[in-house]
Structures are given as structure tokens and as C-alpha cells.
Design a binder for this molecule. Structure first.
Ligand code: SAM
Length: 335
């Protein structure tokens, strides 16, 4: 590492960076995006070179885990070029992990190349195993395409974690099917509480909110849940199912239970650095990136922002600011 590591005011080292590389997506999941989105003009987005500089600066400041997300990261043109370049930090040992959150639609094309450049694990978002429901929730997606992508990832040797948003009245009835499918396929599984964002109306959001505490109760009717302190350095808390040995993750952003150990920050595709998932304080990194080919100003801006990282967050369904911020440039917890 070239520079002193990033430590926030609460003595948490910042070692995990999530970067959104595009605001575009080939799906329109109802809880995330409007059907007719207005995407950003290209000049607003960081170029692949700028993304490389930005990620590399964070790696130089001690980031060990880099997660690429979106939008849908695999629909960004030439994204493989970016991945290939950034994988030099894996080769050098500066970065421990380079990973991806994807909807899976393009994985059949990319899985082999991603594995070849050193990626080991990926997160794939999947809320249902039923084709019609899948088409309804994603508006534009095809389940078979995603399942093919996931199969390609598995064949390529990538470890797959399925991320499922828990939606009341939508996938409650698939809880045990999803668990069984992940057991059969050897995938990890994490459930995410739906967050107050996206395009759906407030009422629908509240309707769809299925607290993971309720889900755990449902799970406990069929399985013995063993508490575990295991962590993968992310926001998930885990239980083990005694009967199958599976580890199931829960991400509960609404009950801010992971703030105290938060080691993460995220950057949007326009270069905005968010220090906390649920707060709107933001630092512009695009201006220092574009102002000079030298990274001094960029690194100063990163340090100044980390010095403002808050202790934690508190979601409130009445706050609409979160919605606007997240749905446009999302790179969230579970993703
Ligand atoms: N396109 C990629 C994907 O589908 O994984 C990456 C971006 S997507 C926004 C990242 C994750 O955010 C997905 O798992 C998605 O289900 C989740 N997500 C989107 N809106 C959400 C919400 N309102 N509450 C909880 N999770 C949400």
C-alpha cells in the first residue's frame, strides 16, 4: 500500500468498496426501477479509465474487497476490459477479492472470462424460481436465461450466492423451494429485506415488507436454526440449518444491526462517494478525477469524505430521499 490506510472517525478501517459501473439495466425490477427510466447521458458516467483510477486509488488506500455492481454491470460496454485491467491488483496481492453483483442475464457470455481473470465468487439476484412470477417482478427478464447464466457460472468454477429480496405475498410461498434449490445446486443463499426505494408507491412498499424476523420463524417450523457468528465481511448475518448444513444469510438494512462493524463505502457510476447506505451525505470524486491526471486531489477528496463517515443509519419509510438516491445509482448492501 502506498498511503496510510483509510480509518473512519469510529476507528473502522475501510476495506470494502462497492462500485456501480452503470445506471442501466436490462431488467426493470418493480421494487427497484420504473419501467421507463431516464438514464444518464454518457458524459456523466465515469469512463472505464476513470473507474480504474478510482478503484486503484482505493486499493492503494487499503481496500481489499472490490464489488462491482450497477444497474447491471455486465451490460456496460467493454466491461470485461475493465475487469481484466483491475484484476492486476489481484495478481499483485493488493486486492484479496474482486467480485460482482449481477442479475445473471449475461453470465452465460461472461462466466468463463470472469473466472479466468481471478474472480472466485459472485452474487446473483433471484427472487423466484417460477418463470411467470420472474417475468412479472423483473418486467423484462427471462428466468431460463438467468438459470443458464447461473449454470455457466457454476461450470466455470465461480461460487454463486443467490440474493433474494423477501417480498410479502410474492415469494413467501417459495421459501422452502429456494432453500432446496440452493442446496441441490450448491449455492449460498441470502435474503434481503426490501428497502424503501425504487419506483413503487409507498403503500406497495409497506405491503411488500416481509420482515426477516417473520421469515426466520417460518424457517424454524421446518428446520433447526443454529445461530452462528460467521461473517463474510459483509452486512449479512447467518444461521445454519442443522438438517442440511446450509448457511443462510439475512440482510436487514431496516434494523440497522450492522452499522457498528461497517467497513464499506460505495461509489455511484457518476463518481459520487456515499459513506453510508442510509444517509445522503455524498462526496464528488468525479471532479478531482477529471481535474487532473494526477491522483493527489482524488486521494484527498476520499480521505476528507471518510472523515465524515457516520456512525450508522436509520431507515424511515417516510423519507423519500433514500429512494431517489438509491434507485438511480444503486450499489447496495446485498447486491
Ligand atoms: N443488476 C444487479 C443485480 O440484479 O444484482 C446489481 C444491481 S441491483 C440494484 C443489486 C441488488 O439490489 C439486487 O439484489 C436487487 O434485488 C437489490 N435491490 C434492488 N432494489 C431493492 C430494494 N428496494 N430493497 C432491497 N433490495 C433491493
Amino acid at each position: 500500500m502506498e498511503h496510510a490506510p483509510l480509518i473512519d472517525p469510529f476507528a473502522r478501517p475501510i476495506t470494502y468498496l462497492r462500485v456501480s459501473v452503470t445506471d442501466r439495466c436490462d431488467f426493470r425490477c418493480t421494487y427497484c426501477m420504473a419501467e421507463h427510466m431516464q438514464f444518464l447521458p454518457k458524459k456523466e458516467l465515469l469512463s472505464l479509465e476513470e473507474l480504474d483510477r478510482l478503484c486503484s486509488a482505493f486499493v492503494g488506500l487499503g481496500v481489499k474487497k472490490l464489488r462491482i455492481t450497477g444497474g447491471e454491470p455486465l451490460v456496460r460496454r467493454d466491461i470485461l476490459t475493465f475487469f481484466r485491467r483491475i484484476s492486476r491488483h489481484l495478481d499483485s496481492g493488493a486486492l484479496d477479492e474482486l467480485t460482482l453483483t449481477t442479475n445473471g442475464s449475461q453470465l452465460a457470455r461472461f462466466a468463463d472470462d470472469l473466472a479466468a481473470l481471478g474472480m472466485r465468487r459472485i452474487n446473483v439476484s433471484l427472487d423466484t424460481l417460477k418463470p411467470k412470477k420472474f417475468a412479472a417482478i423483473t418486467r423484462w427478464g427471462r428466468l431460463d436465461q438467468v438459470l443458464e447464466g447461473i449454470a455457466a457460472a457454476k461450470r466455470a468454477g465461480l461460487r454463486v450466492k443467490i440474493n433474494t429480496v423477501a417480498l410479502k405475498g410474492f415469494n413467501e410461498d417459495e421459501l422452502f423451494d429456494l432453500i432446496a434449490w440452493c442446496e441441490d445446486e450448491g449455492h449460498d443463499l441470502t435474503f434481503i429485506e426490501v428497502m424503501p426505494m425504487g419506483d413503487m408507491g409507498e403503500e406497495l412498499r409497506l405491503d411488500q415488507y416481509w420482515p426477516l424476523s417473520d421469515m426466520r420463524k417460518a424457517m424454524a417450523e421446518r428446520f433447526t436454526l443454529l445461530e452462528t457468528e460467521e461473517t463474510t465481511g459483509g452486512p449479512a448475518r447467518y444461521v445454519r440449518l442443522q438438517e442440511t448444513g446450509q448457511r443462510i444469510g439475512f440482510i436487514t438494512p431496516l434494523t440497522h444491526n450492522f452499522c457498528e462493524s461497517c467497513n464499506r463505502v460505495r461509489v455511484t457510476c457518476t463518481g459520487e462517494l456515499f459513506m453510508c447506505l442510509g444517509q445522503e451525505d455524498v462526496a464528488d470524486l468525479r471532479a478531482p478525477l477529471r481535474a487532473s491526471a494526477d491522483d493527489t486531489a482524488l486521494i484527498e477528496a476520499i480521505r476528507a469524505a471518510i472523515a465524515r463517515k457516520p456512525r450508522g443509519h436509520d431507515f424511515d419509510y417516510s423519507r423519500t430521499g433514500v429512494a431517489g438516491q438509491m434507485s438511480r445509482h444503486m450499489s447496495h448492501t446485498g447486491g
